[in-house]
Design a protein around this ligand. Structure first.
Ligand code: 13P
Ligand code: SF4
Length: 386
């Protein structure tokens, strides 16, 4: 994790209103040279300053379209700012208001580990392997995938990307999120017995040569600390106390939880599903707390609550506050650029290949990662109405 030095003391002395007023003034002065992007897990007071909000997929697409802006301030986490830097021209400078805003899942895969895994797999099998990385990963991991015929994916397009990868390779190594990989492959009809878990902390990932050879999907043993808080017991509890309440979860949740849910999909998918449901609907939502609270406030004619009894907070997204946003804008106004995120050119070129392969394969609508239930029960096959 990169270290963010404390802000100058003047920011601690300002009220939220004063900071919001100053941000408004600074934005006006900088004008169209500045674009602010905000992920759905950001705090409301920060998100209201975003020119565009979205899930990782939408924000990547929007970043790629920024040709006129000089500065993109990314209210999100480090891997998102890296992707924006990779996808934009050199003339666009990407800034992360708090440089310590990382992602614990992205930190679960580093390049040395992936190269070791690749050597093991190359020794174990002559089959072709496509490396697919969730965008929640370091730029060096994306670059590896670009170099080796693979691609990136997000929670909004994992299925078409995995389908594409299996057309181009005999098998896939999917990293760093085992849950997104498992949920997506299962939704495509791939049996759990065709998937193995590669643990980068163990010699040979803890796999025998035979396991590596026979698996169709090799899942990296990474996970999101926020979405791992959702459990089967919570789903069972909701079913018991409120059988008509619908459960929608993010596909970073464990497979067992996704199986219990009615729907699973990216943050954009969750927002759409709830927005399009009829008044009076009740929802239990398995994703980050800021998004759940925002949806509850936005849909007062529906009941929206967290699937968990505890607040599932992404503490790194939470690092971006009004003080840090104002600080980077103050610095820009003074002609200085702080917290610029730059991906080195050699990494950038290969990472761009992986991101562009993803962007060429994306569907136009957010995708659900939940398969139709084998018994075709109406609850499990419901989809948001269009
Ligand atoms: P989305 O792409 O669905 O917004 O997810 C990003 C993320 O980090 C979820 O943990
Ligand atoms: Fe990373 Fe999980 Fe936070 Fe998303 S919610 S940024 S995967 S730690």
């Amino acid at each position: 994790m990169l270290f963010q030095p404390p802000l100058p003391s003047r920011y601690a002395e300002m009220t939220q209103e004063q900071m919001a007023d100053e941000i408004t003034r600074r934005r006006r002065a900088i004008g169209r040279r500045l674009v602010i992007l905000g992920h759905h897990y950001e705090r409301d007071e920060v998100l209201r300053f975003a020119d565009f909000t979205g899930d990782s997929l939408k924000l990547s697409q929007i970043a790629a379209e920024q040709t006129d802006a000089e500065f993109v301030v990314f209210c999100g986490v480090h891997f998102m700012a890296e992707s924006a830097d990779i996808l934009t021209d050199d003339s666009v400078r990407v800034i992360l208001p708090d440089i310590s805003a990382g992602c614990s899942m992205a930190d679960m895969a580093d390049l040395d580990q992936l190269e070791e895994a690749w050597r093991f797999l190359a020794d174990a099998t002559t089959q072709t392997i496509a490396p697919i990385t969730y965008v929640n990963s370091a730029a060096t991991i994306k670059a590896f995938c670009g170099r080796h015929g693979g691609a990136c994916c997000t929670s909004g397009n994992a299925q078409p990307i995995l389908e594409w990868a299996l057309k181009h390779g005999d098998k896939v190594i999917f990293l760093p999120d085992q849950h997104l990989g498992r949920n997506t492959a299962y939704a495509m009809g791939i049996n759990l017995s065709q998937m193995v878990l590669y643990d980068p902390e163990l010699p040979d990932g803890g796999l025998s040569t035979e396991q590596a050879r026979s698996a169709r999907i090799i899942l990296w043993k990474g996970y999101c600390s926020v979405h791992s808080l959702f459990t089967v017991e919570q789903c069972d509890h909701i079913r018991r106390v409120d059988p008509d309440c619908r459960i929608v979860v993010h596909p970073e949740c464990p497979w067992e939880v996704v199986q219990k849910a009615d729907l699973a999909g990216s943050t954009e998918f969750i927002i759409k599903a709830i927005a399009e449901s009829p008044a009076g609907s009740r929802w239990a939502v398995g994703t980050e707390t800021h998004l759940v609270n925002r949806l509850a406030g936005r849909h007062l004619d529906k009941q929206v609550r967290s699937l968990a009894g505890v607040q599932c907070l992404c503490t790194t997204m939470y690092r971006i506050d009004l003080g840090h946003l104002l600080w980077v804008l103050d610095e820009l106004s003074a002609g200085r650029m702080t917290n610029r995120v730059i991906v080195p050119p050699d990494v950038r070129d290969d990472a761009l290949v992986a991101l562009e392969r993803m962007l060429k394969n994306v569907p136009s609508q957010p995708q659900a990662a939940k398969p139709p239930s084998p018994d075709n029960s109406p609850r499990s096959t419901q989809r948001p109405q269009s």
